[in-house]
Design a protein around this ligand. Structure first.
Ligand SMILES: Cc1cc2nc3c(=O)[nH]c(=O)nc-3n(C[C@H](O)[C@H](O)[C@H](O)COP(=O)(O)O)c2cc1C
Length: 334
């Protein structure tokens, strides 16, 4: 099997240019270590741990499960009582992590902190404008999240066909493609558009090692690409979620509320209820994050099998594409 050689594999010391993006209530050591052991980059989700000290322990647990590189995600979301991001960042640094995925609002301070100790920072964004701001902050890679993606899609609704080419045209730092990827054909397409690799969330949720209830993995297998809903647009915090009874209820309030107060919809979009979904396996108990890529997911493989499959498919499709080019022969010019 030939190897991939991209700016991402070289910088991170990984075999396959596939990253498992941060996932709240999914990105535990079981998930991240399985992806890293398979040759991709696994990422722990910082805020899935209730305190910075718990994150320290989780990082140590992950180190005991893989000798391969892995990273940690730190997501900065608007909140009335924000977590102590500085303390989470310090825990990540103290534990010797040197690959960090950042996402969300006003990441300047934490990115500065990570860069001051030489971390490789991958910053996730949904617009070229935000990507350019992140470049000024010194990030090493952009993770360009198209409108197809799970979770916070932003407010501009630009899908990856446009967004990735805009990234190639405009960005001065390397980027990876995120949102809508599940297979090697997708990886080959992303590389063709100028990306150095791909980032996947939903596809990795639907693996043997993902530490969530099997019913939820089966719900993803059973779902189609039309089974996601966009919620919270009215509050400029649009999220792509798995379509269920609770998203329908939330959307009804979003449409019909005369006050427009976020408090009215808040109980429906509670993160704690979403967490229960993953623990008890009732897909209708609360809202949970999933991307349009659910339509492309038809099985629940191990991370090893999934990453090997992606690797083989990408190599096959790139070879096939190369074979579509034929040199002009003298007779064909007649
Ligand atoms: C269950 C779930 C939880 C997520 N939580 C986070 C998060 O906390 N922080 C973050 O930056 N991205 C989060 N994401 C987004 C992923 O990291 C990734 O960008 C996205 O899933 C890519 O789209 P895809 O699902 O089509 O692969 C989450 C995705 C899923 C599926």
């Amino acid at each position: 099997m030939p190897s991939f050689n991209t700016a991402l594999t070289r910088a991170l010391g990984i075999k396959v240019p596939v990253v498992q993006g941060g996932m709240q209530w999914v990105g535990y050591a079981e998930m991240a270590s399985a992806v890293s052991n398979a040759g991709g980059l696994g990422i722990l989700t910082g805020l899935t741990q209730p305190t910075p000290d718990d994150l320290r322990k989780e990082i140590r647990r992950c180190k005991s499960m893989t000798s391969k590189p892995f990273g940690v995600n730190l997501t900065l979301l608007p909140s009335i009582n924000p977590p102590d991001y500085g303390a989470y960042a310090q825990a990540i640094i103290d534990e010797g992590i040197r690959i960090v995925e950042t996402a969300g609002y006003s990441p300047g301070e934490v990115i500065k902190k990570f860069k001051s100790v030489g971390c490789i920072v991958l910053h996730k964004c949904t617009t070229i404008k935000h990507a350019k701001s992140a470049v000024k902050l010194g990030v090493d890679f952009l993770s360009i999240d198209g409108f197809e993606c799970a979770g916070h899609v932003g407010e501009t609704d630009i899908t990856n066909f446009i967004l990735l080419s805009r990234a190639r045209q405009d960005l001065k730092v390397p980027f990876i493609a995120s949102g809508g990827f599940a297979d090697g054909q997708g990886l080959a397409a992303a590389l063709a558009l100028g990306a150095e690799g791909i980032n996947m969330g939903t596809r990795f949720m639907c693996t043997v090692e993902a530490p969530i209830h099997n019913n939820i993995k089966q719900a993803i297998v059973d779902a189609q690409e039309t089974d996601t809903a966009l919620v919270l647009r009215r509050w400029q915090n649009t999220s792509r979620l798995f379509k269920n009874k609770v998203t329908n209820d939330a959307l009804k309030i979003e449409r019909e509320s005369t006050t427009g107060k976020f408090e009215e919809v808040q109980p429906f979009v509670s993160g704690q209820r979403g967490r229960q979904v993953f623990l008890n396996g009732d897909k209708d108990h609360g809202v949970w994050t999933a991307g349009q890529v659910i339509g492309l997911i038809h099985d629940i493989p191990t991370c090893e099998d999934l990453v090997r499959r992606i690797e083989h498919e990408a190599v096959d499709v790139m070879r096939r594409n190369a074979s579509l080019i034929v040199e002009d022969s003298p007779s064909s010019k007649l």
